[in-house]
Ligand binder design. Structure first.
Ligand code: SF4
Length: 354
């Protein structure tokens, strides 16, 4: 397809690109900033240069659609106990061989739109607002940056009564991040792959771009939680956990929630699943470095899924799998024992189940 197929509703002009000489373009959606010749696609195969203009190939093409507790993202300090209408599309701009969602992240959009599940932004917003149990919209499952145009349009239509959340690798350009924040993005769960010397080479990326974006989002008031998938022999060394924890504190805050998540073999990865003792060790290291809210994920029933007061150790929010089973926080999110202020977004916990 070198010409624009105007019948295909998924093909829309991209929001962020630059025209170059000889009908080439540069995509400015993510930090790969692919230079794409006429007729070719970018690294992620979701953007195509057609006659010197850049188009997304998957506007409204929804691979996955479900209602999820926000705790599943994971996001523990963001509208606890709420439900997110969650959407995903296709492909990724990363090449992790351990991807836990590889069925959609390693697959480009279907060639024919008749094989796709299509939604308009209006329909997504209508679905979200029609159901009283839905509190916000989350783009997740594959890398949502690749659906920048669709996510922007959905968020633009969605009222401020609903939250707007991304589960992302954080590798969008600052321009893309700025567009999303301008249109109301107020929560991000960012998945970290490891420290610079490991992942920059392995994934052909620059993790410093992720830290830069985190600082931009943090300074603009976006709620941030970080996920670190601990993979044996790849990124579970003590020095990596120390380095990561220190960077979270120095670049962001010691109050950022951090989730060390258990890896299970998936896609091409051959390492055995992460032992619980390695996860608990990471928890201890991160706490010793000074992080106040450290959680363990993918271990149903583990006590480190719950929130404890960093000052007096009181159990404050108990979680079981992906639900909040009780909260002892008093109004304004303070510990009932020592009055420590716990960072929960929003400040008044309207969705907490007690
Ligand atoms: S979104 Fe990223 S990977 Fe995809 S074409 Fe644009 S710059 Fe390249």
């Amino acid at each position: 397809m070198n010409k624009l197929n105007s019948d295909d509703p998924r093909i829309r002009e991209a929001y962020l690109y630059k025209k170059l000489r000889e009908n080439s373009v540069q995509c400015n959606t993510c930090n790969r900033r692919c230079v794409i010749k006429e007729g070719e696609v970018g690294f992620c195969k979701t953007k195509k240069n057609i006659e010197g203009k850049l188009y997304t190939l998957q506007y409204g093409d929804v691979s996955s659609y479900s209602l999820n507790p926000i705790e599943k993202k994971p996001a523990y300090h963001f509208y606890p106990g709420s439900t997110a209408l969650t959407l995903g599309s296709w492909s990724c701009n990363f090449i992790c061989n351990w991807c836990q969602n590889w069925e959609i992240s390693k697959t480009p959009p279907p060639p024919n739109y008749s094989d796709a599940s299509l939604l308009t932004p209006e329909k997504v917003v209508e679905n979200a607002t029609f159901n009283p149990s839905i509190n916000g919209i989350c783009f997740s499952f594959n890398e949502p940056t690749l659906s920048l145009e669709f996510a922007y349009d959905v968020f633009h239509l969605l009222s401020e009564d609903y939250y707007k959340h991304f589960v992302t690798n954080g590798y969008m350009t600052p321009e893309a991040l700025g567009l999303l924040i301008d249109v109301g993005l107020n929560g991000m769960t960012v998945s970290f792959k490891g420290t610079k010397n490991i992942v920059d080479c392995l994934l052909d990326m620059k993790v410093d771009h992720v830290w830069d974006n985190l600082q931009i989002a943090f300074q603009r008031g976006v709620h941030i939680e970080l996920v670190y998938l601990l993979i044996p022999t790849l990124n579970d060394d003590e020095e990596f956990i120390i380095d990561f924890s220190q960077k979270v504190i120095s670049k962001l805050s010691d109050r950022i929630p951090v989730h060390f998540s258990r890896y299970f073999p998936s896609y091409l990865a051959k390492q055995p699943k992460t032992s619980i003792s390695i996860l608990q060790k990471a928890h201890t290291i991160a706490k010793n470095e000074g992080l106040k809210y450290v959680y363990l994920g993918n271990i149903p029933g583990h006590p480190f899924q719950s929130t404890y007061c960093p000052n007096c150790s009181e159990l404050l929010i108990k979680r079981d799998v992906f639900s909040v089973t009780f909260s002892k926080l008093n109004p304004n999110n303070r510990c009932p024992s020592c009055n420590e202020q716990i960072p929960i977004f929003p400040h008044i916990p309207i969705y907490l189940n007690s």
